[in-house]
Ligand binder design. Structure first.
Ligand code: BV8
Ligand code: ZN
Length: 238
């Protein structure tokens, strides 16, 4: 309890805050995480579903998985943790939200500017002409979907082995380099380059605070490792 009180004070004093979120922030909205208890990768292999090779092999299989996830995400609403980050954004002169999530719950909560490092499940991209468009339908009527040009469409997410959206990692690094407090919420911090932001923040002199229900590889090195659900701890931290 003393830890959270001290963290709360440090966060209150900071003018410049950057936040990195992961699947754990949406767990209390009912969206399964990837790793840990109930994680998607306990039952599926990412090599079969979340790589360009998997999509080239079997686009319909990959699309069935993404359609199933769209259906689950469409039923979910932002929770107290997503909402707390909107309040934090309003309160701070300098604020950057960086997310690995593709679920769009930060948008629904009302966050203004979001660096979506791994893309957005509600966007599509044409594998032929490169067109890129939003599609909010919870369930797609025909799989695999196609572009107006006739080309095969793919989910607008970043798969393993693919580069992150151009320039986005630079923007994230810039925010992390110049923040006083770096808040890391609900991520196992094992997927790179996103996970590299945690040690980078420490090296750059930020106070690093982690909120997670479990210890992570970085829990020992951060300044505050707050253990518990984000939907409870984040509102307490503000
Ligand atoms: C790239 C797609 C270069 C979207 C995702 C060694 C071998 C092979 C490859 C590599 C290697 N080392 C590094 C790599 C590269 C690879 C990588 O990092 N692999 C790791 C796994 C070893 N990275 C890449 O391939 C990246 N690209 O490097 O490109 C390049 C450059 C130029 C040209 C070509 C290439 C791309 C990575 C993108 C991967 N895409 N998914 C989708 O369908 O969703 S990753 C997947 O993991 C998710 O998208 C997610 O965003 C991401 C991170 O996971 P987390 O968000 O952290 O979620 P997780 O489930 O793990 O953890 C949840 C946490 O929450 C837990 O800690 C839990 O305790 C906690 N929690 C639970 N409930 C709560 C909670 N906390 C608080 N409150 C709660 N209530
Ligand atoms: Zn097209």
């Amino acid at each position: 309890m003393a830890d959270i009180e001290q963290a709360r004070r440090r966060l209150a004093e900071a003018q410049s805050v950057a936040v990195l979120t992961g699947a754990g922030i949406s767990a209390e909205s009912g969206i399964p995480t990837f790793r840990g208890a109930g994680g998607l990768w306990n039952n599926y292999r990412f090599e079969d579903l979340a790589t360009p090779e998997a999509f080239a092999r079997d686009p319909s299989l990959v699309w069935e998985w993404y359609n199933w996830r769209r259906e689950a995400i469409a039923k979910a609403a932002p929770n107290a943790a997503h909402k707390a980050l909107v309040k934090l954004e309003i309160a701070k002169p300098h604020f950057t939200l960086i997310t690995q999530n593709v679920d769009g719950l930060h948008d629904l909560a009302g966050s203004g500017r979001i660096l979506k490092l791994h893309g957005d499940i509600w966007r599509m991209r044409c594998t032929t002409c490169g067109a890129n468009w939003p599609d909010r339908r919870p369930s797609l009527p025909k799989l695999p979907p196609h572009c107006a040009c006739g080309g095969l469409a793919r989910p607008g997410v970043v798969w393993f082995g693919e580069p992150l959206p151009e320039g986005m990692m630079k923007e994230a690094e810039h925010a992390v380099e110049s923040c006083e407090v770096f808040l890391v919420v609900g991520t196992s911090a094992v997927v790179y380059p996103a996970a590299g932001l945690v040690p980078f923040a420490k090296q750059s002199g930020a106070v690093v605070m982690e909120i997670n229900t479990e210890p992570t590889a970085f829990s020992e090195t951060v300044d505050f490792a707050l253990q518990g659900p984000a939907g409870e701890l984040l509102p307490q931290l503000l």
